[in-house]
Design a protein. Structure first.
Lengths: 336, 336
DNA sequence: TTGAAAGCGCTAACAC
DNA sequence: GTGTTAGCGCTTTCAA
């Protein structure tokens, strides 16, 4: 079994007697060719099992029809859903997708962006690693590669389609306060910008209910994983004035906290209400007694893809950057 | 803000007074250049903010340093983990990754493979969509693009690194039989080849324990999602001789079944033992009372990436295809 | 030690 | 309607 020579435009040209140019036009369905020649060429190309070399085409066109996606961590179900939706939408639109994970490290985010630039992707979708260090992302956009953020980065001036975290947190807080909770702990992963907004949303609900500021206590979980949610719980419950409700900045943190409660004889949601962020689609069959804010990752992904593709089509028009925030829904899980 | 001209090799050449060729060599750290010139060139390139056009390089080299990954469904936690691990390993090795989902459709799998071929990826990792329809995958390999399967496809003759499903199922079955279960239902998603092996493994355990064949009843869940696991349960429990243990061919199916049991007053694992497939890393903090077979997606991914890269380096050597099966571990969840 | 020239496979501008 | 020519940005002989 040999390396096998791939059929090239030239081969099809020779086989049909037409020039490379004509073949190229035929394959791309140019209207200025008579049907007869086009059909002939297509048939021969088919027979020779020809398919275009996308790399060569990209070089000639100065466009790869490829979009890069940089996520922090694909194991986060929200981002998994985002990745899936983005891939689907891009495929539908005839685009390819390159994927890279930053693992919430600004350094690897930087490397991923550089790699994508080098690969000449037509555009980049970024779920950013850090809420204040984003100069390198801005630099990519300024260098001419369209960039779209999937989480808000205040002051970046970059195109954005994201969840309105403040509104979401406000909703959860209202819900919890409505249930009579008077001491709410927030488990803050401590990474993304959204957490500021989440705090702000909770505080707003508290103020609005006329309750004291210290109704909210914030704990830094130093991470967003279940493990870290589990580990921070002793500190949370060491407070003599223990909270009766928890708002976790990620769903994984909430799961860890839930496990800790289970192991320590605290019934959920009986003695402790736990709220996190999630996606309807992901959690439809969850059996966990968590209240969640629907992160709507699929929605922002769909809109985000549409936006960046739209920008590519109007590349020269240089549309101004725009921020679009989606207000999340609350899902109160029926299980107890 | 203008489209901004990117710095090219030619620009660096002009700026330094050297030829494009010399610059190219310097940037790739050729030893046959004196340090002085190399340093000068590197400095100027840095100043001009030069970075190579990977597309042009790929065309010249006839190699893209890009690997394609085709998964059925990235929402499956096992495959999410696989995607993450594969991305990590590839990045480490200086490769880029393109990603596509087949959604368990042979047609879109075919399209994804074609796209990848067109994009000239150096190799393709496939988690196949169907256990019998794989001619199109073989065709890709025969056309000269190295292909590696992440699930066994009997008779394909393709390079494979996968989980030994039969061994895994055998282990679960032994475990359940050891607990005294005498009626085991298998929830079969009905898609992948592995399911035959899973059935075979369970039967082997049953035979070995000297129990009658009908200890195992197979139910087709017509899908692998939680929803489908939930929906198939009434049929499973309609049997007058109800099973006391369930082996689900995917973890999501198990979750759906678990939910059904919860809603129908059947305690798990008290009145019903449920086993599924999963990954240690994914389920470390799960609170669900499931027994799982560790699918070790990260392990097969790591090995798989190493294998395909190794093949790329020895492209001309044409190493023979090889199948490597990893025996999975059993994880009996402590929670009740 | 460095440079000139050709070529990777395709597209595009302009002839004919 | 179709062919010719040049060129995308880089690498790679082969000379000097």
């Amino acid at each position: 079994m040999k390396p096998k020579p791939k059929t090239k435009l030239k081969d099809v040209a020779k086989a049909t007697g037409f020039s490379e140019n004509t073949v190229s036009l035929a394959l791309r369905g140019s209207p200025r060719l008579p049907e007869s020649t086009r059909d002939l060429i297509l048939r021969v190309a088919e027979e020779l099992n020809y398919f275009p070399n996308h790399i060569a085409r990209s070089l000639a066109n100065n466009a790869t029809r490829t979009i890069g996606l940089v996520l922090t961590d694909i194991m986060n179900p929200t981002l998994t859903l985002a990745a899936r939706t983005i891939e689907r939408e891009l495929t539908k639109a005839g685009y390819g997708m390159m994927f890279a994970a930053s693992d919430t490290s600004v350094e690897s985010e930087k490397r991923a962006l550089l790699r994508f630039q080098s690969y000449q992707v037509d555009g980049i979708l970024v779920y950013p690693a850090h809420h204040r260090k984003f100069d390198h992302i801005v630099a990519v956009a300024e260098a001419g590669t369209p960039v779209l953020l999937l989480a808000e980065l205040r002051g970046s001036g970059l195109d954005t389609v994201a969840i309105d975290d403040m509104a979401g947190a406000y909703k959860v807080a209202c819900h919890l306060l409505g249930l009579g909770h008077r001491r709410i702990a927030m488990l803050d992963g401590g990474f993304m910008s959204g957490n500021d907004d989440k705090r702000r949303g909770i505080r707003q609900a508290i103020r609005q209910a006329g309750l004291p500021t210290d109704t909210l206590i914030v704990h830094n979980a130093k991470g967003t994983s279940a493990t870290q949610g589990y580990r921070v719980m002793p500190a949370v419950m060491a407070d003599p004035n223990k909270p009766t409700a928890l708002v976790a900045s990620t769903d994984a943190l909430a799961t860890g906290a839930l496990r800790w409660c289970g192991e320590n004889g605290i019934s959920v949601p009986g003695q402790m209400a736990i709220a996190g962020y999630d996606n309807t689609e992901v959690s439809e069959f969850s059996v966990l007694p968590l209240t969640t804010v629907n992160y709507a990752a699929d929605e922002i992904s769909r809109i985000g893809v549409a936006r960046i593709l739209h920008r590519l089509e109007n590349k020269e028009a240089r549309l101004p950057a725009e921020t679009q925030l989606i207000e999340p829904e609350l899902i109160v899980r029926a299980t107890t």
